[in-house]
Design a protein around this ligand. Structure first.
Ligand code: ADP
Length: 166
């Protein structure tokens, strides 16, 4: 699998699946979650309600339609909330591994990822990048491209630097 990085908005990516940094409730939220629901439209929330009546566990992944997004699917993951004391790193790496497993179930060839837990959930950015890249690099998957989408320049530079030494 090729791991790439772009600076931009994940809702604009032309890929088979975009990953959402959701929360356990799976009914939308702030940050990238809010952006994906806003751009995907009500079909995304309706599918979340239908497919995840009891939400989703931290570290797990599950898919819905992508509604009006260019992508075909949204793969929702629930990162650990570092700010409220969830500091078990395996819950963060699990998000990337589980997202790729779901992508394989769907037959998605290209998947765009945000930097899970690094926003509202407050995971230290350097380690959020390291966890993402090391997990993606070690994954056994049929996905051809994992595209990290950095929302700001600083995050883009951190990811690009990490990729250049992987
Ligand atoms: P979490 O609650 O898991 O921390 P956030 O959505 O708050 O999730 O942040 C995760 C990352 O997604 C942060 O680096 C944030 O800057 C980034 N982000 C926010 N909006 C977008 C977007 N539209 N496209 C890509 N990344 C985004």
């Amino acid at each position: 699998m090729e791991i790439t990085v772009v600076h931009g908005d994940i809702t604009r990516q032309q890929v088979d699946a975009v990953v959402n940094a959701a929360n356990r409730g799976m009914r939308g939220g702030g940050g990238v979650d809010g952006a994906i629901h806003a751009a995907g439209g009500p079909a995304v929330l309706a599918d979340c309600v239908a497919r995840f009546p009891h939400g989703l566990a931290t570290g797990d992944a599950g898919w819905t339609t992508a509604g009006d997004l260019p992508a075909r699917w949204v793969i929702h993951v629930v990162g650990p909330d570092h700010r409220s004391g969830q500091t078990d790193r395996s819950l963060l790496t699990s998000c990337y591994a589980r997202a790729l497993a779901v992508a394989d179930e769907l037959g998605a060839g290209s998947v765009a990822f945000p930097l899970v837990s690094a926003g509202i959930y407050g995971w230290p950015k350097h380690d959020a990048v390291a966890a993402a890249i090391e997990t993606l690099a070690a994954a056994e998957t049929a996905v051809a491209e994992a595209r990290m989408v950095a929302f700001d320049r600083g995050t883009y530079q951190l990811i690009a630097q990490s990729l250049s030494t992987t």
